[in-house]
Design a protein around this ligand. Structure first.
Ligand SMILES: N[C@@H](CCC(=O)N[C@@H](CS)C(=O)NCC(=O)O)C(=O)O
Length: 205
């Protein structure tokens, strides 16, 4: 009997789901894609992951991964990240992400001006600029590049003209590599919302 495929609950524009999909596509993991409406989450997803965030991966043996980083580590077979890489992802997911949200939605956070939040983001970008050669860990793109890319892309898109004028040559080249690459285009393909009982969307490599 053919074992049933793992299931990915996902949302096209979620940066966490994007990085999980990038890892799954890189590792060519066949899976069922279940596109979710975040305003009307499927009960099937909430039953296995009550915290209600995407991405969630469900395996046929009942196993669940409900953190994007865990999905990436599993797909790319990298259970133990080197400390520096783990710290870089943690900084992205905490301090950088917090400042990014405030920079993106300045109307929601009135304590500081938008440019101050942008300045907080830039502390992280400057570190990346120094580290990139041409990828974060050297010659090839790895998990850590994919983990950060969707968030750095969001930063650049808040004010593209401003970003273009900034002195981040390596970061821009790195960003362009992913934005214009086939992998990102593939993971951003549009799929219909998942409706139980309808023909499943299967990602097959
Ligand atoms: N730490 C989680 C964060 C995932 C997350 O926050 N995803 C957002 C979408 S980008 C979400 O599902 N939010 C719940 C909601 O909008 O109701 C991960 O890495 O998977």
């Amino acid at each position: 009997m053919i074992p049933s495929l793992p299931i990915l609950y996902t949302f096209r524009r979620c940066p966490y789901a994007m990085r999980a999909r990038m890892a799954l596509y890189t590792a060519k993991v066949d899976h069922e894609h279940r596109e979710v409406d975040l305003k009307n989450k499927p009960l099937e997803m909430l039953a296995i992951s009550p915290k209600g965030t995407v991405p969630v991966m469900q395996f046929s043996d009942g196993g669940i991964l409900e953190e994007s980083l865990d999905i990436m580590k599993w797909a790319l077979n990298m259970p133990n990240l080197p400390l520096e890489e783990a710290q870089c992802i943690t900084e992205n997911d905490t301090t950088f992400k917090k400042a990014l949200d405030r920079y993106k939605y300045p109307g929601r956070y009135l304590e500081e001006a938008q440019a101050d939040y942008r300045g907080q983001c830039e502390g992280f970008l400057r570190k990346l600029e120094v580290q990139l050669n041409p990828f974060l860990t050297g010659e090839t793109a790895t998990l850590v590049d994919m983990a950060l890319f969707p968030f750095i892309r969001q930063f650049a898109l808040v004010d593209p003209a401003w970003f273009e004028a900034q002195p981040y040559p390596r970061l821009k080249t790195w960003l362009d590599f992913f934005i214009s690459g086939a992998l990102f285009q593939q993971v951003m393909e549009e799929h219909p919302l998942w409706v139980p009982g309808n023909q499943p969307t299967v990602i097959h490599f």
